[in-house]
Design a protein around this ligand. Structure first.
Ligand code: ADP
Ligand code: MG
Length: 240
């Protein structure tokens, strides 16, 4: 589904991604862990071209998404993204947040977009919040809306960048539960997370990133029980 070849990204002189090669199969649930500054966010942001890679190739369903003539909106339709800080539009209702992009980019009618939005709101357990504004929601609710909004575009892949890091502890579970449901439905997911329990229980693959490379690519069980690299051990010792 996604093939990444020799992916590099520099910010001016700072070389952040140093030649990532990997293949992601449909239905993979990949947890990405690693020290702060190792390039996890940059890696995700390259996959939907929020950042322009400096070098390399990214193919999604056989389409080279870095070629000059791709439609960047099409890529963002295929690749949904959920951020740590939700990024909902504050002056739009929940319903408008969810229906805007499908109406604009997929040419859905208002009725079609709202029907879809209500079914997604039901899925994330927030049907009664359709007409409120984001500032009337808790952090956990905002994040569930952000997930519904991304799903409204019917993406083929979902990227999550620390989706629970900004949440109070009691709200983490409600967001992880939505993500777990999505995983069970077969969505392909890449999830940067500090929730190692979630990584262990839900992911079928885990990347340990360090200094701009994927240092280990294995199953969560193997990574936690039998880490190969000293850097992985060092990291796990700090966080476990
Ligand atoms: P992680 O998500 O693993 O913490 P990031 O991908 O956010 O790592 O960052 C990797 C490195 O790139 C860090 O040193 C960070 O300061 C730097 N960086 C990230 N984004 C930018 C940017 N837009 N401009 C310049 N440097 C950046
Ligand atoms: Mg990050």
């Amino acid at each position: 589904m996604i093939k990444i070849k020799d992916l590099h990204k520099s910010y001016n002189k700072l070389h952040v991604l140093k030649g990532i090669d990997t293949t992601i199969e449909k239905g993979n649930i990949i947890a990405i862990i690693g020290p702060s500054g190792s390039g996890k966010s940059t890696f995700l942001r390259c996959i939907n071209r929020l950042e322009e890679p400096t070098r390399g190739h990214i193919y999604i369903a056989n389409e080279d998404i870095l070629s000059d003539n791709v439609d960047i909106n099409k890529i963002r339709q295929k690749v949904g993204m959920v951020f740590q800080h939700f990024n909902l539009f504050p002056h739009k209702t929940v319903l408008e947040n969810i229906t805007m992009a499908p109406m604009k980019l997929k040419n859905l009618s208002k009725e079609e977009a709202e029907k879809k939005a209500y079914s997604l709101l039901e899925k994330v357990g927030l049907k009664d919040k359709a007409l409120v504004y984001p500032n009337q929601l808790s952090g956990g609710q905002k994040q569930r809306i952000a997930i519904a909004r991304a799903l409204a575009m019917e993406p083929e892949v979902m990227l999550f960048d620390e989706p629970t890091s900004a949440l109070d502890p009691e709200m983490i579970k409600e967001v992880l539960d939505v993500m777990r449901d999505l995983a069970h439905e077969g969505m392909t997911m890449l999830i940067v997370t500090h929730e190692l329990g979630f990584a262990k229980n839900v992911a079928n693959r885990i990347f340990f990133m360090d200094q701009g490379n994927i240092l280990e690519d294995t199953t969560p069980e193997e990574l936690f029980n039998n880490p190969k690299h000293d850097r992985t051990k060092e990291f796990l010792n700090k966080v476990l």
